[in-house]
Design a protein around this ligand. Structure first.
Ligand code: FE2
Length: 160
């Protein structure tokens, strides 16, 4: 494989592990807030990111290239709200998509068809990842508006 491609995949697989840590911190933020469903959902997300990293690692190893595990910055552990967590997550996934697209561009330029084939899976996966978070954001916003509406109705009953 072209050394440039190997380096770019190594960077990406480490970014997938970093993504896992980003979601692990969020999982534990929800655990601290006793939001069991969100805790579970982000635990699944955490595991998924590790699978994304593993898929890249398997690929480099299968092609006789060397995987290089690297370190990264601490993830954000505290947040202002559920909505903020989801918005940070969606932005994170958009950054992942941007990086995957750049990898694809490089693989096409190098006529590396095996890598193009691998990256097709990630391109499809990113559409799903972004859709998942967008949908959750819409749902949380809807619930917030509904909650406010219910509270408003409740407040009308006040007599003194
Ligand atoms: Fe990922």
């Amino acid at each position: 494989m072209d050394k440039k491609m190997v380096e770019a995949i190594n960077t990406q697989l480490n970014f997938e592990i970093e993504s896992a840590h980003v979601y692990l911190a969020m999982q534990n933020y929800f655990a601290a807030k006793s939001l069991k469903g969100f805790e579970h959902w982000f635990q699944v997300q955490f595991r998924e990111e590790l699978e994304h990293a593993q898929k890249f690692m398997d690929y480099l190893n299968d092609r006789g290239e060397r995987v290089e595990v690297r370190g990264f910055e601490n993830p954000q552990n505290d947040f202002e709200s559920v909505l903020q967590v989801l918005e940070i997550s969606l932005n994170h996934e958009k950054e992942v998509t941007r990086r995957i697209n750049n990898l694809m561009k490089m693989a096409i330029e190098l006529n590396d068809y095996a890598t193009v084939s691998l990256l097709n899976w990630y391109i499809d996966e990113q559409v799903e990842e972004e859709a998942n978070f967008s949908e959750l954001i819409d749902k949380v916003k809807m619930i917030s508006n509904n909650g406010l509406f219910m509270l408003d109705k409740e407040l009308r009953k006040r007599e003194d």
